[in-house]
Design a protein around this ligand. Structure first.
Ligand code: NAD
Length: 334
């Protein structure tokens, strides 16, 4: 099987290599097709997201991606935003659940954040009206609004989830979020067996911090989703441990949601768990459900055992020791 691998920048090569090792240890044979993106690609091709990389993903359909540095000050638009728009990866999915061995103020959090990935304020529609005055357009269209809400309901149905919460600010952004809300209500009617809830985004943020267990599947537009995804990750231990996936109708890209961590790059102490769990989502997506579950279980067992953990998890281990512990638990079949 051929899958595109974008190692990315900074700690990207370290953590994606760890994920490749774990996939191989789970018995899935993959021929990795390497594509470039980020600062390394900008240096080599003068372009942080070369067309070759997009073409590769169009050809092989699936990619595993490490974090990419967006070069600042050269007028580059974010690699991630362009990747999502270029491949129409309209749905970002971040499953967030409490993990063993990671102390947080919360217990039994188990929710999924679904974010619209192609529109809103990230559509890239900005211009300078006159020096000192800029305008950014917050684009909402009915087809994109309906498809992301439908995606969230279908996901809820497939995963046996009971509730979808639609998050908005329709009382202030009457036209844009008014349209989105109308679309959400319309789509919700097709899923009478799943509870539908409408919640203002500010109320959501407060309630997520007060009582995150009351949420199940959350769906929202791009900017809200960007912020809430990270907030939700913080409830269970942060960006180093939560996986991420971006789905379109033809392609899917699975990625760590943390950045390239230049402060620790090359030191061998990056936590590979986020990419390894993203790789498990990828395996599940392409039909290796058992292998995906074994990897997820091995990660949980490793965190519970607390041996070989990286410094961000409170240990004194390395990327290598943590990866080896995960492989050990994988082989032990926990
Ligand atoms: P960052 O996530 O790279 O780092 C924030 C902090 O978290 C740092 O202290 C870092 O050491 C730590 N950290 C992050 N991932 C870790 C891991 N796996 N293990 C251990 N510690 C980890 O965020 P930043 O510093 O704001 O961004 C750095 C670069 O990454 C920027 O160029 C930014 O554009 C890029 N970025 C890329 C993505 C992506 O490609 N998905 C996401 C966010 C930021």
């Amino acid at each position: 099987m051929q899958i595109v691998l974008i190692e990315g920048d900074g700690i990207g090569p370290e953590v994606t290599q760890a994920a490749c090792r774990v996939i191989a240890a789970a018995g899935v044979q993959v021929e990795w097709i390497k594509g470039m993106a980020g600062a390394a690609a900008a240096e080599r091709y003068g372009e942080p997201l070369p067309e070759q990389t997009l073409e590769m993903i169009r050809r092989y359909r699936i990619a595993l991606k490490g974090p990419c540095t967006t070069p600042v000050g050269h007028g580059y638009r974010s690699v991630n935003v362009r990747l999502r728009q270029g491949l129409d990866l309209f749905a970002s999915v971040r499953p967030v659940r409490t993990l063993p061995g990671i102390a947080t103020p919360y217990e039994q959090v188990d929710l999924i954040v679904v974010r619209e990935n192609t529109e809103g304020l990230y559509a890239g529609l900005e211009h300078e009206v006159t020096p000192g005055v800029v305008e950014s357009v917050r684009l909402i269209t009915r087809p994109a609004a309906e498809r992301i809400v439908r995606f969230a309901f279908d996901l809820a149905r497939q995963m046996g989830r009971r509730k979808v919460s639609f998050c908005h600010k329709a009382d202030v952004m009457r036209l844009a979020d008014g349209l989105f809300l109308e679309c959400a209500r319309r789509v919700a009617e097709d899923y009478p067996f799943i509870q539908f809830e409408e919640i203002p985004i500010d109320t959501l943020c407060m309630e997520l911090v007060l009582e995150p267990r009351r949420f199940d599947v959350l769906v929202m537009e791009n900017l809200f989703g960007d912020v809430v995804s990270d907030l939700a990750a913080g409830l269970v231990g942060g960006l180093g441990v939560v996986p991420g996936a971006n789905y379109g109708t033809r392609y899917a890209v699975f990625e760590a949601v943390h950045g390239s961590a230049p402060d620790i790059a090359g030191r061998g102490i990056a936590n590979p768990i986020a990419v390894i769990r993203s790789a498990a989502l990828m395996l599940e997506y392409i039909g290796y459900r058992q292998e995906a579950q074994r990897i997820e279980q091995a990660v949980l067992a490793t965190l519970k055992a607390g041996i070989g953990l990286t410094p961000d998890l409170g240990g004194d281990g390395t990327t290598m020791t943590l990866t080896e512990q995960i492989i050990h638990h994988l082989h032990a079949g926990v």
